[in-house]
Write a protein that binds this ligand. Structure first.
Ligand code: PMP
Ligand code: G9A
Length: 424
């Protein structure tokens, strides 16, 4: 629906489109549909009892303090607890490097607001996280994608892209990466590549956003050091969040940056929301300092590893031979590539008819390519739903393949968004 006031919208607002992930979230309200769409944690795993215990104690011990406004930087106890946790993972920071934000999504917005003028360029993975590109786009930035392989972004392709852009007078300001168990592809950048990428970022003078919501969720393979821990000149901004390891409803996350940059981000945040919700920050702080978080992470790691294995086994059993997919060592997502004559956006209504949902892959490409790909989340559905949902999805894909092979006209000529006819 177009508002009768849309002619008064800002140029930025005019460009903003609804997030395909957020729209699909509405499907989870229909209990007939098994959703592999949103990157949601398993709600059964939320530590309700521990949260109750903490809230009661905090209200008794701190009275109104936890209900008061807080500083824009965030609750000091929480910032200290996060700095300590990050230093155990090889960083060398103090709480003064930590800004608490309303989810990492807010940090992506604040960074965009701080660095991006209309037309500025951001280098992203192809594919990359939709919430990231939405934040950059809302400041009218231009995205350039660098293809990923099983080891994440390829530094040679990155260097080639930057060289080409430079020859055309372009200087991208931000390199946006999700090095661990990438959303959406599930792949992890190797240590060697991380060092090479940082070197390239230095050479081209770019800020690196290391968006790392999944780094605690490794189920197999060796831990790889964060890029922030390899950062010698402060150009990496690291984003962590409680959304995937505690609960997203708190909207509490952290942004780590060198002090002057952090101060700038803090000023930018002051205009956005004064401070992150104090109540949630105190709960998160207690949750970390009492050692509950480490215990909880172990519990959800086992839970999610089993779900990952279940989904991979079901895919192996039911998916047609034409489908290929990634086998992630952690995180929440499996990335599926289908034959290139299948458009997963076109296939979506058929999936919904079969009561199963996914996110079409093109949503994660800055140039809307990747039409034959899709992202599957394996953490939200129950084990029974995973098995059933994969069978439904396999059936959906097989029906598409049969239609193509039967040369149904609708499959041979697929109108794209502009109404053009693409021959396949
Ligand atoms: N970055 C990435 C890569 C994500 O996957 C998500 C959530 N899916 C976010 C940022 C945002 O997380 P939140 O705002 O809940 O911290
Ligand atoms: O609900 C959201 O928007 C967070 C999930 C992100 C995702 O599905 O990648």
């Amino acid at each position: 629906m177009v508002s009768k006031f849309s002619h008064l919208y800002s140029r930025n607002a005019r460009e903003m489109k609804a997030s395909e992930i957020r729209e699909l979230l509405k499907l989870t309200e229909n209990h007939e549909i098994i959703s592999f769409a949103g990157g949601l944690p398993d709600p059964q795993a939320f530590p309700v009892d521990k949260v109750k215990e903490i809230v009661n104690r905090l209200l008794d011990e701190k009275n109104g303090q936890i209900l008061q406004y807080g500083t824009t930087e965030g609750v000091t106890e929480l910032r200290k607890a996060i700095a300590e946790r990050m230093n155990k993972r090889g960083m060398n920071i103090t709480h003064k490097n930590v800004l608490i934000t309303a989810g990492s999504q807010q940090a992506l917005d604040l960074i965009s607001k701080t660095f991006l003028d209309p037309g500025d360029m951001v280098i992203v993975g192809a594919p990359t996280y939709l919430g990231g590109t939405n934040a950059f786009k809302s400041y009218n930035a231009v995205m350039e994608g660098v293809p990923l392989d099983e080891d994440g972004m390829d530094p040679d392709l990155l260097a080639a892209k930057l060289h080409l852009l430079q020859m055309h007078g372009n200087h991208p300001e931000i390199l946006y990466l999700i090095p661990n168990f990438q959303n959406p592809a599930g792949v992890t950048i190797t240590e060697e590549r991380r060092r090479e990428i940082l070197e390239i970022a230095r050479e081209y003078d770019m800020i690196v956003i290391e968006d790392s919501p999944y780094s605690d969720l490794r189920y197999s393979g060796e831990q790889v050091p964060s890029m922030k821990s390899m950062d010698t000149d402060g150009r990496v901004i690291y984003l962590g969040t409680f959304s995937k390891i505690l609960a997203p409803g708190f909207r509490v996350a952290w942004c780590i940056a060198e002090k002057d940059l952090l101060n700038k981000l803090t000023i930018v945040k002051q205009a956005a929301d004064l401070c992150t919700n104090t109540f949630g920050q105190y709960i998160a702080s207690e949750y970390v300092t009492r050692g509950y978080l480490d215990e909880h992470v172990e519990v959800i790691k086992t839970l999610y590893m089993n779900k990952r294995d279940l989904m991979l086994a079901a895919m192996e059993k039911h998916f047609p031979a034409e489908a290929k997919w990634t086998k992630p060592d952690g995180g929440m997502f499996i990335w599926v590539t289908l034959p290139d004559y299948i458009d997963t956006k076109e296939m979506f209504p058929r999936a919904i008819e079969n009561n199963v949902a996914y996110v079409n892959g093109a949503a994660f490409f800055a140039d809307h390519s990747g039409k034959n790909t899709m992202r599957l989340n394996f953490t939200f559905a129950t084990p029974e739903q995973i098995d059933e949902g994969i069978q439904r999805l396999a059936e959906t894909i097989k029906q598409e393949i049969i239609d193509f092979k039967d040369e149904k006209p609708s499959k041979k000529f697929m109108p794209d968004e502009e109404g053009l006819v693409l021959g396949v």
